[in-house]
Design a binder for this molecule. Sequence first.
Ligand code: ADP
Ligand code: X2W
Length: 262
Amino acid sequence: MKQLTIIKIGGNVIDSSEKLHQFLLDFTALPGDKILVHGGGKIATELGTSLGIEPKMVDGRRITDIETLRIVTMVYAGLINKNMVAQLQARGCNAIGLSGADGNVIRAVKRPVGSIDYGFVGDLNEASVSVQTLDSLLKSGLVPVLCAITHDGDTQLLNTNADTIASAVAVAMSAVYDTRLVYCFEKKGVLRDVEDDLSLVTEIKRNEFEQLKDEGVVSGGMIPKLHNAFEAIRQGVKAVYIGKADELPQIDTEGFGTRLID
Ligand SMILES: Nc1ncnc2c1ncn2[C@@H]1O[C@H](COP(=O)(O)OP(=O)(O)O)[C@@H](O)[C@H]1O
Ligand SMILES: CC(=O)N[C@@H](CCC(=O)OP(=O)(O)O)C(=O)O
């Protein structure tokens, strides 16, 4: 099987034009087939706040009412996605920017209302990702750049966490590629002390994740990120890493951030 790398880039890196510039250079230089998935939660929060729409997050997920959906669609599928594609094109990477509705590449189901109504948030299942569409784009020499906007197939756009999209795409693509999933963000990886880069945990096994959670070592957005990462491994993704965006070039030589192991 051919190798495929799925890279997810988080909001704190996208928010810095310098860091984003360097990351896109490194992404372009990465050999082989690749797909980029981006978030942008920080920028959506900033724009929403400036328009008087306060963000509401529960367990790292954004409660997405109709006004918020308009903002995240503009920010993720428009501003960020198109700027990234233009920057990649300028570096010689033949990127194609897509929401989940484009080419029906990611179809989601609106999250059912339980104790919390998340609004227009989309959940993914095993049939969500169109492997055929992504595979044909890759075979045409294109590099898909996916944002956090999905659709339900019945006109409704939905907001889906970008870490979850990256994990679902990696799982689906592992049917036809040897797939690895790389979460890039602003820290060196999973740290024992969030403020200390020297406290990097180089490997985490599934059973150690529960322990790290109980000890309070991992918190906030890192909990769903690790959950998504272990789901990906359980469902056939060959390797999953979490690490610092500007260390991406080391991935095939010195190793990269935290490697997750089943
Ligand atoms: N043990 C930990 N190691 C590294 N980061 C952690 C840890 N525990 C919590 N975090 C927090 O998790 C955040 C990453 O999650 P999130 O903001 O969802 O990522 P992204 O920027 O990729 O969207 C980091 O910015 C950090 O503040
Ligand atoms: C439903 C949900 O929470 N969607 C996320 C999508 C963006 C995202 O995941 O951005 P980061 O990767 O930068 O956090 C949100 O709106 O924040």
